[in-house]
Design a protein around this ligand. Structure first.
Ligand code: GAL
Length: 409
């Protein structure tokens, strides 16, 4: 009995003694290096705290968010978790009163002076500031390999009309004009096409409920989307976003529309040089518009290691943390005092655009649109496929989902 007691005490002590911070996120495998670098910065500054790197594989957090939901609702939050700035953060966790207000941290760290007011607005409600943004990604980017385009005799299309014109030429050469991956990458493509078809004003009105999804402009977006899908690879549903990028890199496809984590993948993992190894342009018809999304970390109420989570947040928002993480990740730093000399040519270009472009929010990556809306928006895609690509049917399905679940804030 006494021995059992001793064992129990020892076990109890080791639980207390484990000084860790659980960081929950979806940057697994190929997506991991930037976070690993941030963890190194953290461990240098807080050598007494061990990072429990809780990665859940799956692009765009489709799987991670489901796991997180179960944990949060079940009263087992991680210490901190990756969450997109914007409606995903506010309408999922802030309205449910599951997050701690971080205004105190923003004041202590001086972040109110180094982050843009637009970004702070995305993570705020009148009651507080609810997460720490670690990056800014661009969703509406078209990727290609310059040498391959030259060989096939095609130019980077500035409009979808121009793309649709070169589509048969490429197909005749056995090249997939536009590579696509699993379902979420289809929604990712849809948002850039909708932006192209509707323009930034109307696209933004979708998320305030001012414009219904089945307006004539909304239907046109689906029509254009259907034409573009004709130019994509038939095996898309089985491919990750990295595999869709690989098709471009390997010369099997001409273009891919993906967020600029693809630049991170091509630069950091595939070691390609921006400009020669890969090229980029705003996705067709969206020049001058930056579809923005931002990964952030929040502090859930009841975080088991609250102080350590706050330490993690301090490093995530710091200049050193952000200028270490972002050049590897393929994103720019939200901090306005970030040192652009540390960033590659693609990221310098993205930063220049971000400074002057009109900004709109990404649906797939949580800037706009509630989680239930996004989850059920996938049904509109199913309707599109099931009805033989009937634009009107898909647009009214999207509108029904908007009415059922609400759109945004
Ligand atoms: C996004 C996220 C990016 C990247 C991407 C692919 O939602 O914001 O940082 O991880 O998914 O997984």
């Amino acid at each position: 009995m006494r021995r059992l007691l001793a064992v129990l005490i020892a076990v109890g002590m080791s639980v207390v003694a484990a000084n860790e911070v659980e960081v929950f996120h979806w940057w697994a495998g190929d997506e991991g290096p930037a976070l690993q670098a941030l963890i190194e910065v953290f461990e240098e500054q807080y050598p007494e705290i061990t990072v429990n790197d809780a990665a859940v594989t799956g692009g765009a957090g489709v799987v991670a968010r489901a796991v997180l939901r179960t944990r949060m609702l079940g009263g087992q939050p991680p210490d901190t978790f990756q969450v997109h700035a914007g409606d995903e953060l506010i309408l999922t966790w802030v309205v449910a009163d599951r997050m701690e207000d971080l205004t105190f941290l923003f004041e202590e760290e001086g972040w109110l002076d180094v982050l843009s007011p637009d970004l702070i607005e995305l993570i705020s409600t009148p009651e507080g500031i609810w997460s720490v943004p670690v990056n800014i990604h661009r969703s509406n980017v078209m990727w290609y390999v310059p040498e391959n385009l030259e060989q096939w005799g095609v130019e980077v299309p500035e409009t979808w009309d121009a793309f649709l014109e070169i589509c048969p030429t490429l197909q005749a050469e056995g090249v997939t004009p536009l590579s696509l991956g699993e379902a979420w990458t289809v929604v990712h493509l849809w948002e850039s096409v909708a932006l192209a078809a509707m323009g930034p004003d109307q696209y933004s009105q979708l998320w305030t409920g001012q414009l219904p999804f089945d307006s004539p402009a909304g239907v046109e977006a689906w029509e254009l989307f259907g034409e573009i899908l004709e130019c994509t690879n038939p095996d898309a549903s089985g491919l990750s976003w990295q595999q869709a990028t690989d098709l471009v890199v390997d010369g099997e496809a001409a273009f891919n529309v993906m967020g600029d984590w693809a630049a991170g993948y091509m630069y950091t993992t595939l070691e390609l040089e921006p400009g020669t190894g890969f090229g980029w342009a705003a996705s067709p018809d969206t020049e001058g518009v930056f579809m923005v999304l931002s990964d952030s970390f929040g502090l859930p109420r009841g975080a088991p290691n609250r102080d350590n989570a706050i330490a993690w947040l301090r490093v995530s928002g710091s200049l050193e943390g952000q200028d270490t993480f972002n050049p590897i990740k393929g994103s720019i730093a939200p901090r306005l005092d970030s040192d652009l000399d540390l960033y590659n040519a693609y990221l310098q270009d993205a930063a220049a655009d971000f400074a002057v472009d009109r900004q709109v929010g990404s649906l797939m990556h949580g800037t706009v649109g509630s989680d239930p809306f996004r989850d059920n928006f996938f049904l509109a895609l199913d309707v599109f496929y099931d009805t033989g690509r009937n634009a009107q049917a898909a647009a009214s399905a999207a509108q029904a989902v908007a009415l059922q679940f609400g759109v945004g804030r």
